[in-house]
Design a protein around this ligand. Structure first.
Ligand code: NDP
Length: 469
């Protein structure tokens, strides 16, 4: 997940502990409008409209055949358009025993695994206040246990009971509404906790409660020994992103049979491989900007608890009512294209890590890699150095690996056909997110590496697509 936070704030790690003075400086230095946009208007819009937007996606699929156009034009034609748009909330059952049991049962299961499954100790990057976050690297094991448990539960339910995991599809509106409510309240708890009982020194307020609620008051909160971001981002967000499409594919299978709904299985196959790769690399994720820059506030926590299930998985929800009997060769071709994108993306991540781990004493694409030995200073004033790879994928563009990331999102969306834009919402969102992320990362790296980053940029001038962007 990326941030819309003002770049000058995010790229300076020290702002994590003194957000107030930084805010004031931003306000006086720049005009009021950008300040209002990034610190008040965007945060409050996301907090109040974000959850409703997710309900619109659900509602459009269930009641408008997956068409935003149909949904919004019906609203526009109604006597009370705003009432119609907000009425989506009244179509679901809050506090339904079934959805609360599914959410509660899943969370308790993940919490148990968090404590019980062993993993080696890994450390994240040191924060500006000198705090080193420590993790138990058990994400991949937990993911595998969860997926195996899902298969076993499905087998049991199908063989011995009249139930099926496809009930998640039927209950999805209610699940989404309850998760949104939970996330709103949970973020209040995080907001207060960061002020009265922070887990580390990486905390503080900006003086603007709206912004603080949205952005968070703490970088690495822990509750009863559980790392909040690991739980919301990985144990909930990314794991549910794998499980939901499996439940939806089961529903498609029950309604239409395998051949008629093969498009669901094509999408799910690509997604599950992608997420398996994600969990294999989970310790690496703990060093990305989602974790080291984004605080645990509404933006990241609601994003992982609700936005991932509601938007990232929306293509598979749409597929249930839009089956397409793809030919087997076409189905295999789409899966093969998706897997190729995953392999390229993985290889690019690997090249960077491998070159650093071997201090450049290796080969990339058959040759000794060109590297820049970039010096930087930690916030404690200590001088350190790091390698910037200028060969392989990192010599083509500074974020070439975002291209296969987008390619694979296209691969799991294409099986939805081209009737409606809704199943491409994730692809559109991801394109914007990654373009914005290149900007954020550029700010972060030029702040960290200065002249060395400018040197890298002069050698590799393109952000994502060589010679184009
Ligand atoms: P990146 O993989 O783009 O890594 C950026 C960091 O790598 C920089 O901050 C810098 O960190 C280091 N770096 C930059 N240039 C070089 C270089 N030439 N050589 C060596 N190191 C360099 O981070 P992301 O978090 O954006 O992406 C991680 C993965 O997550 C990717 O596979 C991406 O596709 C995926 N992703 C998926 C998203 C989704 O929602 N589906 C969203 C965003 C990312 P340092 O301080 O260590 O130097």
């Amino acid at each position: 997940m990326a941030s819309s936070r003002n770049g000058s704030v995010t790229t300076n790690g020290s702002s994590l502990s003194n957000g107030h003075s930084k805010q004031d400086k931003t306000a006086t230095e720049s005009s009021m409008l950008p300040h209002l946009l990034t610190n008040v208007i965007f945060p409050s819009t996301l907090v109040f409209l974000g959850p409703t937007f997710l309900m619109w996606i659900w509602y459009s699929v269930v009641f408008h055949n997956g068409s935003y156009y149909d949904f919004f034009s019906t609203a526009a034609k109604s006597d009370n358009a705003v009432g119609y748009l907000l009425s989506v909330w009244s179509k679901v059952s809050f506090g339904s025993f079934l959805s609360l049991s599914i959410i509660g049962g899943y969370m308790i299961f993940q919490l148990m695994l968090t404590f019980l499954v062993p993993g080696k100790r890994v450390e994240g990057p040191m924060t500006p206040t000198g705090h080193v976050p420590v993790y138990k690297d058990n994400g991949f094991s937990i993911y595998i246990i969860t997926m195996i448990s899902f298969v076993l539960l499905t087998t049991y339910l199908k063989l011995y009971t009249p139930y099926s995991p496809s009930i998640v599809y039927d209950e999805f509106g209610s699940l989404l509404a309850n998760m949104n409510t939970f996330a709103w309240l949970f973020c209040v708890l995080l907001y207060v906790k960061g002020i009265v009982a922070p887990s580390s020194k990486d905390c503080g307020t900006s003086g603007n409660p709206v912004f603080d609620y949205y952005w968070g008051t703490e970088l690495y909160p822990r509750i009863l020994g559980v790392d909040v971001k690991v739980f919301t981002n990985c144990r909930f967000g990314c794991t549910v992103w794998a499980l939901l499409p499996c439940c939806f594919a089961m529903k498609a299978y029950e309604l239409h049979g395998f051949d008629a709904s093969i498009n669901s299985f094509v999408s799910v196959a690509i997604l599950v491989v992608y997420l398996t790769k994600f969990f294999w690399w989970e310790a690496g994720y703990m060093c990305t900007i989602d974790i080291i820059l984004d605080r645990a506030g509404f933006y990241i926590c609601w994003g992982c608890l609700c936005f991932i299930p509601g938007l990232y998985a929306s293509f598979s929800f749409y597929l249930v009512s839009h089956p397409i009997a793809l030919s087997y060769p076409l189905a295999f071709a789409i899966v093969a294209a998706g897997l190729t994108c995953i392999a390229v993306n993985y290889d690019a991540d690997w090249q960077r890590q491998h070159v650093r781990a071997t201090d450049g004493q290796t080969t990339i694409w058959g040759k000794k890699p060109e590297v820049i030995r970039a010096k930087y200073r930690t916030s404690q004033g200590e001088e350190k150095s790091s390698l910037l790879l200028v060969s392989g994928f990192w010599g083509l563009a500074r974020h070439f690996h975002y291209l296969p990331e987008l390619g694979l999102a296209l691969c799991w969306s294409i099986p939805c056909g081209f009737d409606h834009i809704l199943p491409y919402t994730y692809l559109i969102f991801l394109t914007l997110l990654l373009i914005h992320r290149t900007h954020r990362d550029d700010l972060k790296c030029s702040d960290k590496y200065g002249i060395y980053w400018r040197q890298y940029k002069s050698k590799v001038p393109y952000k994502i697509i060589p010679y184009i962007f």
